[in-house]
Design a protein around this ligand. Structure first.
Ligand SMILES: Cc1cc2nc3c(=O)[nH]c(=O)nc-3n(C[C@H](O)[C@H](O)[C@H](O)COP(=O)(O)O)c2cc1C
Length: 210
């Protein structure tokens, strides 16, 4: 299946088949797909909680606007942002570059100093906004990965992020939840799975300049 066909096949799944579980081989691919998402400067300020636990999924239902996908899906992905993009965080990134690419310190030092100074001048609100944008990008990427694997998913903003933060004690981990995405397999009862996609004509959504 090519990617465009997969994107036509996918839809924001409202009713999941609660008996179908994603094969661990595909779960590994989903993890790889998430980790391969592009991010601003390559700083990867997004951490994914990958949940497969019906008891916890059930407890999350009431803080997810009672959207049953959260309970019925095989897995629930919770996209969290790192809120502390400080000097230590940035230094770790450059250590990783050095280790993986064997890049010389002389090439990296001014870039590292620039990044540390850029982030030290940003307000906490701006850092979190910046990180949240990276989470949206990662979610978009993961939607495409899921579609390619023929795994159904539902991108979701409709949940109480503060209550999730409290539930998972994310504050202690320097994280905040920003998006969730149940993943699994569509139920035959989901009437939306049979409906046509609603999109603007391409001529309305794209301005061609040649
Ligand atoms: C950022 C974002 C948040 C969304 N939040 C929800 C949600 O909380 N619940 C839900 O059922 N669908 C949610 N959706 C799904 C959209 O309604 C859906 O993607 C849109 O109607 C287009 O339909 P399609 O994805 O099936 O093509 C969300 C989509 C995005 C991109």
């Amino acid at each position: 299946m090519n990617l465009i066909k997969s994107l036509e096949w996918r839809y924001a799944t409202k009713v999941f088949d609660n008996k179908k579980i994603i094969d661990p081989v595909l779960v590994d691919k989903i993890k790889q797909g998430f980790n391969l998402s592009a991010s601003s400067y390559g700083l990867q300020p997004v951490k994914l909680i990958l949940l497969k636990n019906k008891k916890i999924q059930n407890e999350l239902l009431s803080i997810s606007m009672n959207q049953k996908q959260v309970l019925d899906a095989s897995h629930l992905a919770i996209f969290c942002i790192n809120v502390n993009i400080d000097s230590d965080y940035i230094q770790d990134y450059f250590k990783r570059i050095k280790k993986i690419r064997k890049t010389e310190e002389s090439i990296l030092s001014s870039y590292r100093n620039n990044l540390i100074s850029t982030f030290s001048e940003m307000s906490q609100i701006d850092i979190e906004l910046w990180a949240t944008k990276q989470a949206y990008l990662a979610m978009g990427n993961l939607l495409a990965v899921c579609a390619d694997l023929k795994v159904d998913a539902c991108p979701m903003e409709g949940f109480d992020s503060l209550a999730y933060d409290e539930y998972f004690k994310l504050n202690k981990k320097g994280l905040k939840s920003v998006l969730i995405m149940p993943m699994g397999y569509r139920s035959s009862q989901d009437i939306l799975s049979k409906m046509k996609k609603v999109r603007k004509p391409i001529s309305e959504s794209i301005i061609n300049i040649e």
